[in-house]
Design a protein around this ligand. Structure first.
Ligand SMILES: [Zn+2]
Length: 109
């Protein structure tokens, strides 16, 4: 991370209308708060516009409970990044062959 961008704390304290930590509503458009790229349409899953990093959940480090203790299926950790500046917008845990969860509709209407 560079010093060119505001911190999460600075963004939360600002007048920007934020969805989570890194999506802002700006003039009717949802954008990455760091680079301003737009990535939504109310008719599609916004995650489909983001870059996806697929990681094995067991490789995340010792702060994570090994999911193999909880479920039999192999689980993946998906990180969704802004395609311009690689800001991690959101994450999701999924099993093999599962579809990306459509968990939020970004609709400014
Ligand atoms: Zn961005």
């Amino acid at each position: 991370m560079t010093d060119d961008f505001p911190s999460v704390e600075e963004l939360r304290a600002s007048e920007k209308r934020l969805v989570g930590d890194y999506i802002e509503l700006d003039d009717g458009e949802f954008r990455c708060v760091k680079c301003g790229c737009g990535f939504r349409s109310p008719d599609e899953n916004y995650k489909e516009r983001l870059a996806l990093r697929d990681r094995n959940v067991d490789d995340l480090g010792r702060l994570w409970i090994p999911l193999s203790m909880l479920v039999d299926d192999e689980m993946m950790f998906w990180e969704f990044y802004c395609p311009d500046r690689a800001t991690r917008i959101t994450t999701e845990v999924a099993g093999d062959g599962e579809a990306i969860v459509d968990d939020m509709v970004l609709d400014a209407r």
